[in-house]
Write a protein that binds this ligand. Sequence first.
Ligand code: ADP
Length: 491
Amino acid sequence: MKIAFASSEVFPYVKTGGLGDVAGSLPIELSKLGHEVKVFLPKYNVFGEEEHGLHYQWDIGEIQIRIAGLVRSVHVHAATLPNSNVHVYFVDCPHYFHRFRVYTNDLDEDERFLFYSKGIIEILQRLAWAPDIIHCNDWQTGVLPLLLKENYGWDKLFEKTATVFSIHNIAYQGIFSKSAFEKVEIKPEHFRPGGIGEYYGGVNFLKTGILTADMINTVSETYAQELLTEEYGAGMQNFLEIRKKDFLGILNGIDYNLWNPETDKFIPYKYSANDLSGKFKNKRFLLEHLGLPFNENIPLVGIVSRLVDQKGFDLFSYGLNRLMDLPVQWVMLGAGEYRYETMFGELAHQYPEKVSSYLGFNNELSHLIEAGADIFVMPSRFEPCGLNQIYSLRYGTVPVVRKTGGLADTVQDWKDSISRSDETGNGFSFEEYTSESFVRALQNAIYEFHNKKVWQKIQVNGMNKDLSWAKSAGKYVSLYEKAVSKMKKEK
Ligand code: ADP
């Protein structure tokens, strides 16, 4: 199959969260399965062109794109995803993408990503490359399926092109005033009350993607179920209900070339499930570098996260005293909301022997934490898939998570597995969204940490779980096949 993969972030060029990881690895897995994949990304000014081997595409040249009553030029650069033959095309328009940030609160945020979406379609035209699938991801490309079907419906090149829309996080929907649709000449019926894109008098890019793509998915089975409910659906549940038979969950995998304790270039001591001694050395290395005292009997608890409500940091602030009384050390890496950055910054000052916090984005440190920590916490309010708990499982760093979304699909509670007498648990989880339940789950983990035999069993259970992309990539291929055959039937 020919697959055009549209994502507003792609690792290693640019990543603000899990979407970047997915877009950097799923296309490579698909190409390993024999498919031809081209990835499309805006050319932001946040990554080095030379460092990543970008080349200007002279044969494509300048493309003129109409938007908001003006004509703007696009130039195209291309590079190859590391260790693959997957080409990435960069949609270059400094007016929109040279803002030193990937996402902004600027007044033309809608226009930036509509322009990117149109850019993808027009580059495909220039390449005269007719994909079987355009795989759109999150609200930034939510309007692309509609544009393709209607505004570019005249182009025979796309006669057989089906669309897939993946929801990586329902909390971000791309809600704007209806002028957004006018800017790209979408028919007024789509933003009038009851229209495909209309939402409380404005327009909603995510809703548009849900109602117009041939197939839709999200990034775990549990989250797919949750999204159909009022509690988790964030206003989209009724639209997803309409599309229920075309909607499913596919768990993200992880890239073993990047996240593997046997080969990870960022960790000084490599280790495996057969020999965990390197993990212990990484812990000492990490603590020394963070300036915290090392004591092998005190568990080190890691956090790597965007510091936003979704991730459960309000549980953290409510339960702060009890959490700080626990006999553990903490290493925290995160950036986000001011109140949480302040909280973590202050904790490090208040407990210099116990807490180290790094406020910012640091890929290398995130690998070191995964390798050096004993326990990893993710008390999320909701979690579409979550990657850090999967990295943790891979690194023998026992996750303590809230049982929701992808966390519920990847972490099996040790105590539950004991009551079933199968000892398959690979972490600890809690259901009720309260700081009491969170602290209790963490206490359970701390208790077992001191029972070395049990602890190692839990670690190895996680490390031996198949978390690679191989399984999930196959599921994406079936999703694409369904989209193609559905489109054929409709024609
Ligand atoms: P989300 O997409 O909601 O942020 P995920 O767990 O799916 O959550 O993915 C987060 C990704 O971003 C992981 O690869 C994680 O390691 C990385 N990450 C998050 N915050 C930071 C940070 N401050 N520094 C380095 N990496 C981070």
